[in-house]
Design a protein around this ligand. Structure first.
Ligand SMILES: Cc1cc2nc3c(=O)[nH]c(=O)nc-3n(C[C@H](O)[C@H](O)[C@H](O)COP(=O)(O)O)c2cc1C
Length: 196
């Protein structure tokens, strides 16, 4: 199947390139809603694209609240808010999340494996830490687990994918400011220039 890149991919690629000197330009805010419809928002590292479908890749722990909520059937709707400080532009990507856990039977198995291999040692060992959110253990060994195998993802490790259906791009630079809305309508991306 032919997957043309969605029209918002190149503006984001350009922003990533122009902000490449800032490590934190790859940090985004990911908002979800819990089973009681309350918002939850947290910072996540953008781990690149799942191609050819242009889904955003994140990694997370299966014991995290966001993963537990998704597995329990909470809404899979989410929004990423992504600010690029150097170029002063914001992208908001709204869509649905898919959690790829160790027991996946899908073709995403390989993408999960690759995401694990691409992590640093410091990133990987976090998945061996004690249960997130539980009371801190008094045992120092609990905070210092052995380094996991770089080729064998721990069972706690999940790939988290966001498939966008609407994207807004706000550029503060320029007089006047510009704002674009990209919407997936009947399977086709439509682009509109809107008031900021
Ligand atoms: C700079 C930064 C980057 C982070 N990156 C991630 C990440 O890639 N994946 C992740 O699960 N949590 C990441 N976190 C931690 C989350 O913000 C959050 O605290 C954690 O995932 C628990 O969220 P939850 O209780 O909503 O599941 C990061 C935090 C910071 C400050």
């Amino acid at each position: 199947m032919n997957h043309p890149l969605p029209p918002w991919r190149s503006p984001i690629a350009r922003a990533l390139h122009r902000n490449r000197s800032l490590a934190y330009a790859r940090y985004v805010q990911l908002a979800t809603v819990d089973a009681s419809h309350r918002p939850e928002n947290r910072t996540m590292v953008f781990r690149g694209w799942l191609d050819p479908v242009s889904q955003l890749k994140f990694v997370t722990d299966i014991r995290s609240t966001k993963a537990i909520n998704l597995l329990a059937g909470a809404s899979d709707w989410a929004e990423v808010c992504w600010y690029f400080p150097k170029t002063r532009e914001q992208f908001r990507l709204s869509g649905t999340l898919t959690l790829i856990a160790a027991d996946t039977t899908t073709s995403h198995h390989k993408a999960r494996q690759e995401a694990w291999q691409q992590m640093s040692d410091a990133g990987r060992v976090q998945f061996a830490w004690e249960t997130p959110g539980a009371d801190r253990s008094a045992d120092p060994a609990a905070l210092n687990p052995p380094q996991p195998d770089p080729n064998q993802p721990l069972d706690t490790f999940c790939l988290l994918l966001l498939e966008a259906v609407a994207v807004t791009h706000l550029e503060l630079r320029g007089e006047p400011q510009s704002c674009y809305l990209y919407e997936l309508l009947d399977g086709e991306w439509q682009t509109r220039s809107i008031n900021p």
